[in-house]
Design a protein around this ligand. Structure first.
Ligand code: PLP
Length: 498
């Protein structure tokens, strides 16, 4: 038997010569035991003989036997040799294949457990891109302009102080001085009414909405989102098993009517300061109507204030939260657009009665940390670096926006309309109904230009308008005309086909 094992191992080891001998031998013996080819009681060759058969050092074999013994696959009987243990009672019981709701049958069973229904729905509507930088990536600021020196100076100060408590998990709600600084900052810049206890630090708006949904909605509950809306939030809802209803927007923002008003949702998610992606501002009348409807029907409202600080003409509008007297609005924001998205620092300002549950939910579900980052962020905000960076960026983005608009006009005159360019980091180039905006974006991507198809922001295909969402904030002015020419050539080719 010993000789047979040696020959068999030899053949296999020769086939896989790239792997170190110790690892190969260990893996092959373990596999043979697990598969029953070396059954309980089988005697392994002596270490001396196996080493000779395989032309490896005896120590290698001894180490493998020792490792297998530690893991319970074999045991050594002094003077008699090394024997395979009976491990049958340790192996998982072979259950009968579970019948799946869809695709049940031999093939489904053979391929093992599958994604859940909502997991599959999520996979079928993914929107993220692996490329997140360059012309005309939407939703990303000019990260190259981040004042890294100031950040490093503050960061070094915090590391020098070396407070061990900042290296552990975060207290619920996040770093208290950052919560205080944010409460003051948001009060001054966005008319958000709060005290520090209502501010909860998150890793961004995504996490804020994820927590809001877990705390406020049950699986199957109805949620309203704007139609069109940011795909990331839509997919978050889908993956939480909610009934997602898209409510069309008009020039004044979200506009629920007739049938929708008769079926109130649990949660309404809106972007009142700068509708994403179309760019309109929710009128005061519409804000009041929405707040009143939510009060009457017991709905929560989540205000996604993702990029309202960048307006080109006029002052940023006050938040919806500032108008809320019934304690129904959850205000979510982040530093993703103000500073850089990879920072992953965001915040929610929640009504008083949700402050405890929100802070506890983030601590319990995500075990947040990043306290050093949060402490640097608090000083960065307090020392005025956020405000001065934004001032600088506002004029830089205004110039880039003007440059992109000029490029569009130079090529198309008024033949293609520009929408939603009064604020934020992107604009929408409207296309004819017959245009295939998805194909345009796919081809443009192959030529190194990123654009998002407007139609992909709609839940219902029959409502989808065609267009391109173009981010300009991260593209230097000098690059914009050429990048737009490449894109326009793709647009023209595709439009000729439609
Ligand atoms: C409308 C909207 N909300 C939220 C986010 C994501 O924000 P965060 O980076 O804070 O998770 C984005 C990102 O582009 C967005 O466009």
């Amino acid at each position: 038997m010993s000789v047979a094992i040696g020959e068999w191992l030899q053949q296999w080891m020769q086939k896989r010569s790239g792997e170190p001998a110790y690892r190969q031998l260990y893996r092959l013996l373990r596999q043979a035991i697990l598969e029953g080819r070396l059954g309980p009681g089988a005697r392994l060759p002596s270490s001396r003989q196996l080493a000779a058969d395989l032309s490896v050092a005896r120590n290698t074999v001894l180490q493998v036997y020792e490792q297998l013994a530690v893991e319970g696959y074999v045991s050594a009987a002094t003077g008699r040799g090394t024997f395979v243990e009976d491990i049958s009672h340790d192996l998982p019981v072979r259950a009968r294949p579970v019948e799946h709701r869809q695709g049940a049958g031999p093939r489904a069973a053979a391929s093992g457990p599958r994604l859940s229904e909502r997991g599959r729905r999520l996979m079928s509507s993914l929107g993220y891109s692996d490329r997140q930088y360059g012309a005309f990536m939407a939703g990303v600021p000019d990260v190259s302009a981040f004042p890294a020196r100031q950040w490093m100076r503050i960061q070094n100060r915090h590391w020098r102080m070396m407070r061990p408590e900042l290296l552990s998990y975060a207290p619920s709600g996040g770093y208290p001085p950052l919560r205080q600084a944010l409460s003051e900052h948001l009060g001054a810049t966005r008319s958000v009414t709060s005290h520090a206890g209502q501010v909860v630090i998150t890793s961004g708006i995504h996490q804020a909405i994820d927590v809001a949904v877990r705390l406020l909605c049950d699986v199957g509950d109805r949620v309203w989102i704007e139609e069109p809306a940011y795909w990331g939030i839509r997919n978050l809802m889908v993956s939480q098993g909610l009934e997602v209803v898209g409510i069309p927007v008009d020039a004044q923002g979200i506009n629920p009517r007739g049938h929708d008003l008769l079926h109130p949702p649990r949660l309404i998610i809106v972007t009142p300061s700068h509708q994403y992606p179309l760019g309109m501002v929710m009128s005061l009348a519409r804000r009041r109507r929405l707040l009143e409807y939510a009060r009457q029907h017991g709905c929560w409202i989540l205000e996604d204030d993702y990029d309202s600080d960048f307006r080109y003409g006029g002052r940023p509008l006050p938040s919806l939260q500032g108008l809320d007297e019934a304690g129904l609005v959850i205000y979510a924001g982040s530093f993703s657009k103000m500073l850089f998205p990879g920072l992953r620092v965001g915040y929610v300002v929640v009504p008083e009665r949700l402050a405890g549950p929100f802070a506890s939910a983030v601590a319990e579900l995500f075990r947040e940390g990043q306290l050093i980052t949060q402490s640097v962020m608090a000083d960065f905000l307090r020392e005025g670096h956020v405000t001065s960076h934004m001032r600088k960026m506002r004029s830089r983005y205004a110039a880039r926006r003007a440059c992109l608009i000029e490029s569009v006009h130079a090529r198309y005159g008024t033949a293609l309309r520009i929408v939603g360019d009064k604020a934020g980091l992107h604009l929408v180039l409207a296309l004819p109904r017959t245009a295939d905006d998805v194909a345009i974006c796919r081809t443009a991507y192959q030529r190194g230009i990123m654009a998002r198809p407007l139609s992909s922001y709609y839940l219902l295909p029959e409502r989808a308008q065609k267009g391109l969402v173009l981010g300009y904030a991260g593209v230097p002015e000098a690059d914009i005309p050429n990048a737009f020419t490449v894109l326009a050539d793709v647009i023209d080719t595709e439009l000729r086909k439609s």
